[in-house]
Design a binder for this molecule. Structure first.
Ligand SMILES: *Cc1c(COP(=O)(O)O)cnc(C)c1O
Length: 415
């Protein structure tokens, strides 16, 4: 459920007409709903109420400080994958005792910054990383709390670019070597083993792969305890999918919560979750304006808009589907069009073969479900300043990231 609805025919975000925002802020712009973010945050916690859990929002999905701050107030910690994300989380007022550091490659300065901050847990993904982290911790006269991310070898049945638990993936320690990795970690005096971690992929539609992973991890926790390790935490990662509107809706948070609660009951661990997309995807839209209509060869019709693949990469990168609709009063769909951006790449198609009303120069459109991996993947490709970000709350709204200026494009450069 989200708070982007029509009133009197016009599309609103909560109590604010999107047309008014476009007038005031310009386009392209990302618009997020506070009410939707809060709702999703609360639904997630409620779904997991039967487990002793810690929910850490995956910062990479939507790293805006205002959004991080809102989620921190909802009791969320953060899953970070870089020193930059640590910086953002701390700036947003994160509780450091709720920060988990994931990722296959962490630089020494990033490890140092996280050790200095005193984060909750490092999720290590290789034997080599365990050694590097232990060294860094010893130099700081501390011990790093560590979980090893295991690759549970389950098929999450999602897009190959966002499946992370196949045996061919770069992520995690292969299940066959994981006990040896724990033995190695136990012998490193800069480390304190606290748990086991996994993350099977993103936009996972079914509960089954999560259950499969949880069963494997449960068995692993028991095995590692018999090996003499103290395992108090189990990190299930993120990855539950969201409805993008084009196909069958994925499993709901409550189905996910119920299934995992059943599998993990009585294991005596704190269960960590790292939801990203689920919390923010449908809490945001990308607002864009029609630049012109263009006739292609034969019957091909293009609508060229002022947002491009540099602003929203998902369609170009994964062939992702975003629902697209005019902001103004709905009119009858009249033609089949490709909605494209101005970027000089043939991949710069935001929506293919959509049936839309005849659009004119200046008409406003939204791409829905653009809150996750939207602005966070935006670039300045083609020297295009990145969009503004707006957070709506009831009748009020504020710019939570200014549109980039031309000076922003050349910041730090010299002739
Ligand atoms: C990306 C990522 C997540 C979040 O994935 P979503 O599909 O957005 O929920 C969680 N954990 C790790 C380790 C990740 O890399």
């Amino acid at each position: 459920m989200n708070h982007f609805e029509r009133k009197g025919g016009e599309l609103y975000c909560e109590e604010v007409p999107l047309a008014e925002l476009a007038e005031e802020v310009g386009t392209p712009a990302y618009v997020y709903s506070t009410a939707t973010l809060q709702r999703h945050a609360r639904v997630f916690h409620a779904a997991l109420r039967r487990l002793d859990h810690l929910a850490c929002f995956a910062v990479k999905a939507l790293p805006n400080l205002a959004v991080l701050s809102l989620l921190a107030k909802e009791g969320f910690g953060f899953d970070i994958v870089s020193g930059g994300e640590l910086f953002r989380a701390l700036k947003a007022g994160a509780d450091v005792t709720r920060i988990v550091f994931s990722g296959v490659g962490k630089r020494r300065d990033e490890l140092d910054a996280a050790l200095k901050a005193g984060i909750f847990q490092f999720n290590c993904e290789s034997e080599e990383e365990l050694i590097q982290l232990s060294e860094a911790a010893l130099l700081r006269k501390t011990r790093a709390r560590v979980a090893i991310r295991v690759n549970p070898d389950v098929d999450a049945r999602t897009h190959p670019y966002i499946a992370t638990a196949l045996s061919t993936s770069k992520f995690g320690v292969p299940a066959a070597r994981v006990r040896a990795a724990y033995r190695k970690a136990a012998g490193l005096s800069g480390l304190q083993i606290v748990g086991v971690a996994c993350h099977i992929g993103s936009q996972v539609a079914e509960v089954k792969p999560f259950v499969e992973a949880a069963l494997k991890l449960r068995a692993l926790v028991e095995r590692l305890r018999r090996d003499g390790h103290s395992i108090e935490r189990l990190d299930m990662g993120g990855g539950l999918g969201v409805p993008y509107g084009e196909s069958k809706a994925p499993a709901s948070p409550s189905e996910y919560g119920e299934a995992l609660s059943k599998v993990l009951r009585g294991l005596d661990v704190k269960v960590i979750f790292e939801p990203g997309r689920l919390l923010v995807a449908n809490a945001g839209v990308l607002l864009t304006r029609v630049l012109l209509r263009k006739r292609g060869a034969g019957a091909r019709r293009f609508v060229v808009v002022d947002a491009g693949m540099n602003d929203l990469l998902r369609p170009a990168l994964y062939g992702a589907h975003h629902e697209l609709e005019p902001v103004g009063r709905p009119r009858k769909p009249a033609e089949l069009v490709d909605v494209v951006g101005p970027v000089c790449e043939s991949a710069d198609v935001l929506a293919k073969r959509r049936r839309l009303p005849t659009l004119e120069t200046g008409d406003l459109l939204v791409l829905r479900s653009a809150g996750a991996y939207g602005m966070s993947m935006a670039s300045q490709y083609n020297a295009r300043p990145r969009p503004a970000e707006v957070l709506v709350d009831g009748r009020s709204w504020r710019i939570v990231r200014q549109r980039e200026s031309l000076d922003d494009l050349v910041r730090g450069e010299t002739v």
